[in-house]
Write a protein that binds this ligand. Structure first.
Ligand code: NDP
Length: 295
């Protein structure tokens, strides 16, 4: 069997176009554009790239992008004061503080300070709690992107066995809660799980969010399984530019799986598309604007 490739790029483009259409209607009705504020502290090159592409996607969707840069030695109080200003600013519908933050700043304090109704990253404990008990809130963008890809591929997920490898607060745990909400039977594996290949072999759906290059092999999979690879790992292949690979060994997995996301071009593009989706949803909620599409 050769798995079909789940095209995250195309799915993300389609979602971004839907958002753009809704943004046009939002602007016509309310007289303003939805706004996303992105805060970058320091000069981390990977973070700077992420912030740039988030700003670009925001503008392409017809929204306002507010970019705030603080120096690497900024004090925690300075960042908290900025978060407070953005939380109070009526032109800002979404606030995102790019992680990681420098060591003098307590990231959890900053995230907790963001107005939960503008927390489009979904990292504030209030939103984590809402997701856990099935209340409307903001679902973190990568888990939401995974769910959208899965539903597009498998339709209803009711009763399917899902194994998630990884239990981080930003990826593994929220994905587990979302899949539980879809009535899948969910197993969360982690570094202490015994006989991981055997656990994975039970799964109709495998989500790998580990951070270990090509760890999941084809012979771990149940034939026909749907595989979502969240991992982004840079490996040195000795030619100057590192190669990007996922947590799944794509070559062997695509011999056994039914469908699989590539890296790059799978989950990654969906993350940004879900960020602008969450920003529009926030703006719509704050203005009492009704969206025509379910997004
Ligand atoms: P974390 O490092 O926070 O979590 C990794 C998880 O994997 C932990 O729960 C850990 O277990 C588990 N783990 C580590 N080693 C093993 C092992 N040998 N066997 C089984 N489980 C193991 O990572 P994140 O959740 O933040 O990210 C995971 C991956 O996803 C990374 O590659 C990251 O770059 C990528 N990512 C991609 C995004 C995208 O947009 N596509 C967005 C966010 C992340 P334990 O808890 O026991 O330590």
């Amino acid at each position: 069997m050769t798995a079909s490739t789940i095209d995250g790029k195309a799915a993300a483009l389609a979602l971004r176009e839907q958002v753009r259409d809704e943004v046009l209607r939002f602007r016509d009705t309310t007289g303003r554009a939805p706004g996303l504020a992105v805060v970058l502290v320091g000069e981390d090159p990977a973070s700077a790239i992420y912030v740039r592409s988030k700003g670009k996607a925001t503008r392409e969707a017809g929204m306002e992008s507010f970019e705030h840069k603080l120096p690497a030695d900024a004090a925690e109080d300075e960042l908290l004061a900025l978060v407070d200003r953005l939380s109070a600013d009526p032109t800002v519908d979404g606030i995102l503080v790019q992680l990681p933050l420098p060591p003098q700043i307590d990231a959890s304090k900053v995230i907790t300070r963001i107005d939960p109704d503008k927390d489009v990253d979904g990292f504030n404990p209030v939103n984590a709690g809402r997701v856990a008990i099935g209340l409307p809130g903001f679902v973190p963008c990568t888990p939401l992107g995974c769910l959208k890809l899965l539903k597009a591929e498998r339709g209803r997920l009711t009763g399917l066995d899902a194994v998630i490898i990884g239990r981080s607060n930003i990826v593994g745990k929220p994905i587990a809660l979302l899949l539980l909400g879809e009535s899948a039977t969910v197993t969360v594996a982690h570094s202490r799980t015994r006989d991981l290949p055997e656990v994975v072999r039970r799964a109709d759906i495998v989500i790998a969010a580990v951070g270990r290059p090509e760890m999941v092999k084809g012979d771990w999979l149940k034939p026909g399984a749907t595989v979502i690879d969240v991992g982004i790992n840079r490996i040195d292949v000795g030619e100057g530019t590192p190669r990007l690979v996922g947590d799944v060994d794509f070559a062997s997995a695509s011999e056994i799986a039914g469908a699989i996301t590539p890296v790059p071009g799978g989950v990654g593009p969906m993350t940004i598309a879900c960020l602008i989706r969450n920003t529009l949803v926030s703006a719509a909620r704050r203005e009492g604007f009704e969206l025509e599409t379910s997004l």
